[in-house]
Design a protein around this ligand. Structure first.
Ligand code: NDP
Length: 320
């Protein structure tokens, strides 16, 4: 496993991180979840990503149980706040009350004394940003949170957050956006803004939720065990990945196979390696429904893809 510094900070994270959205507390049972975490540790992954909202807080609990017995200082534990986690009037957003209450609840669920990286999962337009950043600053000063990051904020929101973090003297060190061969919107403004402000990228869904593994074939039924089947019609897969489940995109992905073979990689490894070629990307968060997937995808760490091959990939995926 290779490692990188996150943004301009001193924090070192594994270039491949393991995330437990949808799978823990959802598609996979707890024993399999624990095997996936063990496989991640065995391949050298040290960075674990979860959120309060994943599987209605169950994902944090399962990750907490799966990591019992591991030396706390040997891993980076990352979680998030913002999406609604209850029906109460303050069970959502980035108000002071919700950030502080939720952080304490996450610490209990994760069975830890501190969170290494605490993310604002989205921007909250209903709360003054000054209140949000001050709440994060208080958690940092109390030692309950070590670093602050944001997820899916616009370039303008990141600029405002970075200015306040400077004023408050707290480390705002990364953005967590969606990024893959099929979803490159951050290249135009989020990445240049983050470079200017000293933030790195920890990117999610590098496999476009599994679509880039090449297991979904044009004109063929989706595999029974796949996320596209288990989440068929449900909002997450529908909203985020359904856009790629068409003949045009699925055919183009199959055309990447010879490139992967030439590099001695699987398509999944090629897709993860591709996001890591971007110098501003510090880590790619992979999801996995089995320990075999963790082991396969982790081999993308350290793979170098030369510019000619990157151009060939661009050409094949043009218009997707
Ligand atoms: P990926 O794009 O890596 O997709 C993972 C899924 O693809 C797996 O669960 C599995 O699904 C399938 N897969 C993975 N490897 C293989 C393989 N080798 N062969 C075949 N199929 C494979 O990432 P996710 O969409 O899971 O997101 C990763 C993480 O990013 C999340 O866990 C979370 O931590 C974070 N995230 C953050 C968000 C944010 O807003 N900040 C939003 C979403 C995710 P299956 O086997 O079921 O088909």
């Amino acid at each position: 496993m290779e490692f990188s510094k996150l943004g301009n900070s001193g924090l070192t994270i594994s270039k491949i991180a393991y995330g437990n959205w949808i799978n823990h507390g959802g598609k996979v049972d707890e024993d399999t979840a624990k095997e996936c975490v063990k496989a991640a540790l065995d391949v050298g992954i040290t960075t674990f990503d979860t959120a309060d909202v994943y599987s209605d807080t169950k994902a944090e609990e399962i990750l907490g149980r799966s990591l019992q017995g591991i030396r706390r200082e040997s891993i980076e534990l990352c979680t998030k706040v913002c999406h609604p986690i209850g029906t109460g009037q303050n069970d959502k957003g980035l108000s002071r009350i919700h950030i502080l209450e939720n952080c304490h609840a996450s610490l209990r669920r994760l069975q830890t004394d501190y969170i290494d990286v605490y993310y604002a999962h989205r921007f909250d337009p209903t709360t003054p940003l000054e209140e949000t950043m001050l709440a994060f600053a208080d958690l940092v000063r109390q030692g309950k949170v070590l670093y602050i990051c944001v997820s899916e904020w616009t370039a303008e929101q990141i600029t405002r957050g970075a200015a306040l973090s400077m004023e408050l003297n707290i480390p705002l060190i990364a953005s967590q956006p969606q990024y893959s061969m099929l979803w490159r919107v951050i290249e135009s403004d989020v990445i240049p803004t983050c470079q200017r402000e000293g933030l790195g990228q920890v990117v999610w869904s590098p496999l476009a939720q599994g679509v880039l593994t090449g297991k979904y074939l044009p004109q063929k039924p989706v595999p029974t065990q796949s996320r596209a089947n288990s989440l068929a019609g449900k909002p997450f897969f529908h909203k985020l990945a359904q856009r790629w489940m068409n003949d045009n995109v699925l055919t183009a992905i199959q055309k990447l196979k010879p490139i992967a073979q030439e590099l001695d990689l699987t398509l999944a490894q090629l897709a993860v390696a591709w996001v890591l070629q971007n110098q501003n990307v510090s880590s790619a968060i992979i999801g996995a429904s089995s320990p075999e997937q963790v082991r396969e995808n982790a081999l993308a760490s350290g793979v170098k893809i030369d510019i000619e091959i990157m151009n060939q990939i661009d050409k094949i995926l043009e218009g997707c």
